[in-house]
Design a protein around this ligand. Structure first.
Ligand code: DGT
Ligand code: CA
Ligand code: ZN
Length: 595
């Protein structure tokens, strides 16, 4: 959408609009997960093999998956039969598919992780689940340490030992961390490496550079004439817990924070190519390589070659240019249509932190926040904002000190007084209203009318069917007092999946009603996800970056929200935080008129 509420400009003719909320590699992983679940429940082996085959074939194709589904071309790919085609089609539309969702309910989610432990095939997973009630990697470790696995039929001391080792390496190599944890852990290490006198160019790459919501490890890249001094510094930093490998071109360490960090040092001529490669994503790299090949080049982490001769490029932009592409910002490198868009000069001009004029959705001491209204307002002003929207919890949120009607009035008076005394800054009085079981808001109309704006959020009764939850939330969206839908899926990264919900229908309702959708910028939420932020953009819905701060410091989290909007292809026009105070007031007013 733009400020007039129209959907985003369509790309020029010939550029397919990709709206899918899922990347190709996620489609692959979902099919594999389905195969694994079927292995645990003991389904038809042909079906299981078909799923793994299809995943494998999909991984190898470099075409536009969404388009291949649309045209039916995907059915020509070996190993993609009708039913798997149907799964993929559904995933392209809504990020997942019904049969998978239903199947997942039959097995504890932790079992999928258990299956990834070396030495734990489907039969063994089933055995420990049924005999020892193992539902997660932690459970497995407990029973193995207690010696109970060795006693099971088909296992022994030896396989028990192997499992314990497997758990160790699983934890080391596949544990994921919040992006915020990764950025914090990377900060001092990168600063130290970057300031080594031998370093010519420096980059923090991988999933952190792409602003993925969770990250596995830290990928650092530097260029230099000689690497030994840099490697020595890196492997002996005070943040380092242990050294996994120490080499001339690559070293790996485990940091005290428990996160692994890799450092690669390349020549300055190789740097742009290595930067592209180690930024990823893997599937973006595959697509780039396929494009280079079509143009008669060979692209890898060392260079761009034609007939064995390398083509010098001074930076990443030069490599893209050689391949006939505009510069693709790292956040977009997920194989979601960015290469076609870059080819047609149709990449959006992404929003940046400087575009954000103010933030909404913060808590104060009135409910469960740690700072007063005044402290929060002054903190927001210090961050360079011109307004702040206060949203404490509503009365049903007893767990979080939700506000009685009297407290709402007291807060309104305090805010009015502060607005008189503070110059060049505006505090908006909002509320984060619980969405009650029936979809209604948490106060009567007379009270709701007194707020400048209302963020409506679900905080309880998560366990509804998809249809029930969708209806409940849409009812809240249809309430004329609702301005913004807060953290739409309720997910907590690495802890809990969102509730079941038809997000497409919810986004449609928001677009139709002019209700903004929050990107909750708290690093453990980042909800809605960037994949659906993109969908929201194409459906013409407005987006709010909400820090959901409970302290002055927490307001700085809005930056994670900016990263999510960028990753979702959003421009300044798509995000209401780019409104100045007057425009924001007008936006609140336009919502109120919908009554
Ligand atoms: P992560 O660490 O799981 O959060 O995600 P990434 O993207 O940081 O992945 P990582 O650390 O395994 O590798 C860093 C980058 O290196 C990755 O984004 C792309 C590149 N890369 C690594 N392995 C491969 C590969 O086998 N093929 C290709 N094309 N690229 C790779
Ligand atoms: Ca990584
Ligand atoms: Zn909330």
């Amino acid at each position: 959408m733009n400020k007039t509420g129209q959907p985003a400009d369509p790309p020029p003719p010939g550029v397919p609009i990709r709206k899918s909320p899922i990347t190709k590699s996620e489609v692959v992983v979902t099919l594999e997960n389905m195969g694994r679940i079927l292995e645990i429940v003991g389904a038809n082996p042909f079906k299981i093999r078909a799923l793994f085959n299809a995943a494998h074939e999909l991984e190898a194709i470099s075409g536009n998956l969404e388009q291949m589904v649309e045209t039916g071309e995907l059915l020509d790919v070996q190993g993609i039969g009708k039913s798997i085609f149907g799964y993929i089609k559904e995933m392209i539309q809504r990020g997942t598919f019904e049969e998978y969702e239903r199947l997942k309910e039959d097995v504890p989610p932790g079992l999928l992780q258990v299956m990834r432990i070396p030495g734990m095939g489907p039969k063994k997973v089933k055995a420990v689940y049924e005999e020892l009630n193992v539902k997660s990697v932690d459970d497995l470790e407990k029973v193995a340490k207690a010696g109970r696995i060795a006693e099971l039929e088909g296992f022994g001391e030896k396989s028990q030992g192997k499992i314990l080792k497997g758990i160790d390496s699983y934890r080391r190599y596949s544990k994921r961390h919040l992006l915020s944890t990764g950025i914090k852990a990377a900060q001092s290490v990168s600063d130290a490496v970057a300031s080594h006198p031998d370093v010519l160019r420096f980059l923090l790459g991988g999933s952190i550079r792409r602003h993925k919501e969770t990250i596995k490890d830290i990928d650092i890249l530097a260029s230099a004439k000689k690497s030994n001094g840099i490697m020595e510094l890196f492997t002996t930093l005070p943040e380092v817990e242990s050294v996994i490998a120490h080499g001339d071109t690559k070293s790996s360490v485990t940091l005290k924070s428990g996160i692994n960090a890799d450092l690669r040092v390349v020549s300055d001529a190789e740097f742009p190519f290595a930067a592209l490669y180690f930024t990823g994503s893997k599937s973006h790299n595959t697509d780039m390589r396929a494009r280079a090949k079509k143009m008669g080049y060979k692209l890898n982490e060392y260079g761009l070659f034609r007939d064995e001769k390398s083509t010098p490029c001074k930076d990443e932009a030069a490599v893209f240019k050689k391949l006939g592409l505009d510069y693709i910002p790292p956040e977009l490198r997920e194989s979601m249509g960015e290469i076609e868009a870059a080819e047609h000069h149709a990449l959006p001009k992404l929003i940046s932190e400087e575009d954000v004029k103010g933030i909404l959705h913060v808590h104060t001491t009135y409910s469960d926040g740690g700072a007063t209204v005044e402290e929060m307002a002054k903190g927001a002003k210090k961050l360079g904002f011109e307004y702040l929207g206060i949203t404490d919890h509503s009365k049903s949120a007893a767990y979080a000190g939700g506000l009685s009607v009297e407290k709402v009035k007291a807060q309104a008076e305090e805010i009015a007084a502060l607005n008189k005394s503070m110059t060049g800054f505006r505090i908006f009085h909002g509320i984060e209203s619980d969405i009650l079981a029936d979809g209604s808001l948490d106060y009567d109309d007379d009270t709701l009318r007194t707020f400048d704006f209302v963020v409506a959020s679900v905080h309880s009764i998560f366990n509804l069917s998809e249809a029930e939850m969708t209806d409940r939330i849409i009812r809240a969206i249809e309430n004329p007092h609702t301005t913004i839908l807060g953290h739409p899926t309720g997910r907590l990264l690495l802890q809990r999946e969102g509730y079941r919900l038809n997000l497409n229908a919810v986004i449609d309702a928001c677009a139709e009603r002019g209700v903004a959708i929050e990107i909750n910028a708290h690093p453990s939420r980042l909800d809605i996800d960037w994949r659906f932020a993109r969908v929201a953009r194409y459906k013409g819905a407005k987006i709010l970056i909400g820090p959901d701060a409970h302290s002055v410091k927490g307001m700085a989290h809005y930056r994670y929200g900016v990263g999510v909007t960028r990753k979702g292809w959003l421009t300044a026009d798509d995000v209401i935080n780019t409104f100045d105070t007057k425009q924001m007031e007008a936006f609140f007013g336009s919502r109120a008129k919908v009554t």
